[in-house]
Write a protein that binds this ligand. Structure first.
Ligand code: PLP
Length: 366
């Protein structure tokens, strides 16, 4: 079911960024936002599109203290014919439901999420960037909003969606992927079995910042996370899923530990590889196996995948201060091929032979 929401238009439209090639990742936000409330006994109610503005929050609101919150990350793309489309948004809704269950946050029905996103994009369609490699980042989030210091689930929640025209997360341009340096993190961990690694919650990211910051000392963009129990098996790269192409096999961490975020891009990469007849395996892979493959020349490529980064090749791993170059240190052919089809399908430049796109009833003029 498609919901209709009331709209209050801004009286003070912002100045839009003029150079789309320097958008960066979410440095600008559009003119409107979607907001909806939840109250125990009433459910989700009063969805509305309103001018983008700061939200008043009581200093004693539980989210500021106990972080009962969750978010999603998805994108809208402009097709060559001017129509705006989403990419597998049903998977974001399903992941939201799993996160909500873990965080004891009331589930937001999929059709509310999709109607909210469409209503907001309709209002701010003229913010859709069109330069190569750009898109509109969509950030839905929900937080417990109740004045209480009891460490208990809230009874009131706020759901908000905001939009940000953006370039790529790691600053890659679309015609040439550039490779990043990554630090192998063997002290701090991102997620442990039984924790919230599989869910999209702010605490996972706040807890990861120490490691990401330290990686900069080694001139690295981010970290490769190892498992919490043994610091032995590769898990994720920064806020992306990780793929290792060794011999004729592409390997990524399995989801069964509950420590890996089930990326929508990850799933799409796996499906594309299978479709192309390339062997892809979800299995535990030790950092020792990666090092051995690098030394004997069978490590062809490493790349990260995510909505923000799309496909981000890794040119070098730094392990305890020592550099291990991956092949020639540049973006490899497999990463480039995946990027070409994935971003092509997302933007409507490659025919959607996987049935993944979700066109909206929103068109933008040239
Ligand atoms: C920790 C983490 N892993 C992986 C991903 C990739 O997920 P997706 O492909 O759905 O963006 C993200 C981004 O959302 C993330 O935050």
């Amino acid at each position: 079911m498609k919901y209709q929401f009331p709209v209050t238009r801004t009286q003070n439209p912002k100045t839009k960024p003029t150079d789309e090639n320097t958008l960066g990742f979410c440095n600008h936000f559009t003119d409107h936002m979607f907001i909806m409330d939840y109250d125990e006994g009433q459910g989700w109610h009063d969805g509305r599109v309103v001018p983008y503005a700061p939200i008043p929050i009581d200093p004693a609101s539980c989210v500021l203290h106990y972080a009962q919150m969750m978010f999603e990350g998805m994108k809208a793309y402009r097709r060559p014919d001017g129509r705006i489309q989403l990419f597998r948004p049903g998977m974001n809704a399903k992941r939201m439901a799993r996160t909500a269950e873990r965080m004891v946050i009331p589930e937001l029905p999929e059709d509310i999420l999709l109607s909210a996103v469409e209503a907001l994009i309709k209002e701010d369609a003229d913010w859709m960037p069109k330069a190569e490699g750009t898109s509109m980042y969509i950030r839905p989030f929900i937080f417990g909003n109740e004045i209480s210091f009891s460490a208990l689930p809230a009874q009131h929640y706020t759901f908000i969606v905001i939009l940000a025209p953006c370039g790529s997360y790691y600053g890659t341009s679309s015609d040439k992927l550039s490779a990043s340096r990554i630090y192998v993190q063997d002290t701090y961990i991102r997620a442990a079995k039984g924790g919230t690694g599989f869910a999209k919650v702010g605490g996972n990211y706040g807890g990861a910042m120490r490691a990401s910051k330290d990686a900069k000392k080694y001139n690295c963009k981010d970290v490769l996370w190892l498992d919490a129990a043994e610091h032995k098996y590769v898990e994720e790269i920064g806020t992306c899923n990780a793929f290792f192409y060794i011999n004729d096999e592409v390997i990524t961490a399995p989801l069964d530990s509950g420590t890996i975020l089930p990326g929508i891009t990850r799933d799409s990469v796996i499906q594309l590889l299978k479709r192309w007849g390339i062997k892809v395996t979800e299995r535990k892979l030790s950092i020792d196996e990666v090092i051995a493959a690098q030394k004997n020349g069978t490590l062809n490529e490493i790349f990260a995948s995510g909505t923000a980064a799309v496909i981000s090749p890794i040119g070098c791993l730094n392990i305890k201060g020592e550099d291990y170059q991956i092949a020639d240190g540049e973006a490899g052919p497999l990463a480039n091929r995946i990027y070409h089809d994935l971003y092509g399908i997302q933007t409507g430049k490659v025919e959607d032979y996987m049935g993944w796109t979700y066109p909206l009833d929103v068109f933008v003029k040239e």
